[in-house]
Design a protein around this ligand. Sequence first.
Ligand code: NAP
Length: 285
Amino acid sequence: MEKTVLVVGLGNMGAALAETLLGAGYDTWVWNRTKEKADILLQKGASWSENVWAAVGKVDYVVMCVTNYASSVELFSTCPELDKKVIIQLTTGTASDANSFEGLVRHKQGLYIDGAIMAYPSVIGDQNCLLLVAGSQEVWAKSEALILKLGGQAKYLGEEVGAPSHLDHALLAPSIMMQMAVIQGMHMAQRAGVDLDFYSKMMASLPVSLKADLERHTRAIIDNDFSDVQASIRTWKEALERVLEEGQTSRINVDLLSGVNRMLALGVEQGVGEQDIAALTKVMS
Ligand code: NAP
């Protein structure tokens, strides 16, 4: 089995990828713009690539994980001919980024897999870790074993390399918004002088009722049926306006909530105010 890899980028995520591959028995070469970040990996047995592509002739796979595609493209501009080596690009980007990068890799006679990591670094290598990947069937077959070492739940989405980023963005949006919802709530409780331990316990019980809401909303959107109204868009808008009013007088930051209120107002304006909030998907398009 081919088990030689170069990992380019050793930030929080790249370091976790490299450490996992080392632990899985891959002969692992590493490179990072700031060399000190490689120290722990070198102590654990990784080899240092003197410049970004110095070790590329020795490896079968290159895993890239840097801040963005602009940095990847800049780094890749000095990459030599790849002679059918597999580039696994795990940097977060857009579908268009992935398509352009695939073109660059092919131009250098390389094989390409694009992926999105749906996990934190601490979960890399876990059986439950989800990675979404795409690329030609042939390249997936060649890379599957390595990718499954990084995430036991890795899913191959097909040949269209933009596919992981579309799904990544659609999952990233609820993830960041749900986390921001908690942060907004803590901010409001803080401003109101509420006991934060007490409040955080109350918030911890929310997911039970939210789970039912999430299921109701996803079902309503799939079935295009918004008639199961627990609280209408108009009712939510009225309630949220009181929160915004309070925010103005109590030094509470309501920027996030103002954005939500604009969506609710649009729903009312466009005639879906009496429907359940999932009907806002109609005014988003
Ligand atoms: P990070 O800790 O900030 O690391 C960024 C990496 O990119 C560092 O290795 C940095 O090098 C390198 N870099 C940035 N600009 C560069 C340039 N112009 N030339 C060369 N190297 C450059 O970020 P991260 O958390 O590892 O995230 C890396 C990627 O993984 C991102 O696309 C992120 O969206 C994705 N991701 C992260 C997570 C997560 O939970 N962290 C989850 C899913 C996906 P230096 O060390 O020299 O600065």
